[in-house]
Design a protein around this ligand. Structure first.
Ligand code: FAD
Length: 392
């Protein structure tokens, strides 16, 4: 490890690795640190990602794809099933990944592009001088060291400390955190070509339960509830209740984690610092899916860092381009999705059922997005309110 780099990237998830690859292949001297001893482990993800958004970054490979979904079966509280095509079902439907391998492959590609990757290495603070972040204090095998850099990238995920250390407000209100538990289960009888989502205030208040096929007879079976709706029942208990539907299934692995489901942050940069991925709260406010947006923001941060360093301007002003690109690519949609979420969250089970009833006999694959919306509004006038918010 050297004492100075162009870029220090804190966190070796999809956001960090894409940023490291993008910037290293354009000639920057990059260090990516990951606090865990192994990239990609433990997995805190249901591993679903849209096909197109993934293929923008990497050619799909059977080594890290467990299943390919044609679409999603969405169940309303009374069990009515609405079938959606992959394109219509949102950013988590398409491939089901093996993230233990996928994350490692991304880090490997960053290393091949010239980035230095260090595992079991944590950032413990930031270095400052003249109003700029100038590097990070890191700890590796018990040894602390100050490493200088022109830019620090905070890619440290949902629990990001880097943003807070830099003075950026990354706090989330309770309603904007989805608390999740997931079991990798075997002996699950499931159509391997469809992701399943279950809605209902009894099943998952302020969230949903999911089944994502992982090949053979395995599936990621999980459930998330809104942070302000948990009451006395823990999310774990909700999932235990839900899996009673699969009496023969066995648990192979458990995952616990939080997902930000918030409106876009006002500020994601500071002098000498850029936040990306979950650290910048870029996951989808409705589904909580964040892999695709982590990669998109990582790419933008890599490209903008290259320009900023060559222009000699790593100030907030010099990073304006990053915020603009992310707003166009992620923020605009997330803002609209957040407004829709705020309304959908207030729907009663009866209203969710009524939405499903109005769609159940329609071949959604044959409808355009506008056609689908028209059908929904026709049968559910309350949705008009949500749509007006959407187009504000
Ligand atoms: P992460 O993947 O979280 O990577 C951050 C990395 O930073 C971690 O490896 C961490 O160890 C490291 N780190 C943290 N602090 C430090 C430090 N101080 N020093 C060094 N390293 C540090 N998204 C989807 O798209 N599809 C899904 O199906 C899906 N399902 C989910 C299910 C659950 C239960 C949860 C919790 C999340 C799910 N998500 C899903 C969200 C998705 O996992 C994240 O959006 C995605 O991983 C974000 O990528 P990232 O690179 O920003 O952060």
């Amino acid at each position: 490890m050297k004492s100075k780099y162009d870029l220090i990237i804190v966190g070796g998830g999809p956001a960090g690795s894409i940023c490291a690859k993008t910037s290293a292949e354009q000639g920057l001297d990059v260090l990516m640190i990951e606090k865990r001893q192994e990239i990609g482990v433990p997995v805190r993800c249901a591993e679903g990602v849209g096909k197109k958004s993934l293929e923008n970054f990497i050619k799909p490979d059977k080594k890290w794809i467990c299943a390919e979904a044609k679409g999603a079966n969405i169940y309303s509280p009374d069990g009515t099933c609405v079938v959606m095509s992959e394109e219509m079902a949102g950013g988590e439907v398409g491939y089901v990944l093996e993230r233990k391998i996928f994350d490692r492959v991304l880090a490997h590609r960053a290393a091949k592009a010239g980035a230095e990757v260090m595992v079991k290495t944590s950032a413990t603070g930031l270095l400052r001088s003249d109003g700029f972040i100038k590097g990070a204090t890191i700890r590796h095998m018990g040894k602390k060291q100050d490493i200088r850099s022109d830019i620090v990238i905070g890619a440290d995920g949902v629990e990001s400390k880097v943003g807070r250390w830099a003075g950026i407000d990354t706090s989330l209100k309770l309603a904007d955190i989805e608390t999740c538990v997931q079991f990798l289960m075997t002996n699950i009888d499931l159509d391997q070509e469809y992701n399943e989502f279950y809605l209902g205030n009894e099943i998952a208040p302020g969230g949903y339960a999911w089944l994502f096929p992982k090949g053979d007879d395995r599936a990621n079976v999980g459930l998330g509830i809104a942070g302000d709706r948990s009451g006395k029942t823990r999310v774990y208990d909700y999932l235990r209740q839900f899996i009673k539907r699969y009496p023969k299934a066995q648990i192979l692995e458990m995952v616990f984690g939080g997902v930000p489901v918030c409106a876009p942050m006002e500020k994601t940069v500071e002098n000498g610092l850029i936040l990306i991925g979950d650290a910048a709260r870029y996951s989808d406010p409705i589904t909580g899916g964040g892999i695709a947006n982590a990669m998109k923001s990582g790419k933008h941060a890599g490209d903008v860092s290259v320009k900023a360093i060559s222009n000699g301007d790593v100030s907030v002003e010099g990073f304006k381009e990053y915020e603009r690109l992310c707003w166009e690519d992620i923020g605009k949609t997330n803002m609209a999705m957040y407004r829709v979420k705020e309304i959908i969250m207030k729907f009663s089970d009866e209203e969710l059922n009524s939405l499903a009833h109005s769609l159940k006999d329609i071949k959604i694959e044959e409808l355009s997005a506008t056609g689908l919306l028209m059908k929904l509004v026709e049968n559910n006038p309350k949705l008009l309110e949500a749509l007006q918010e959407f187009f504000k």
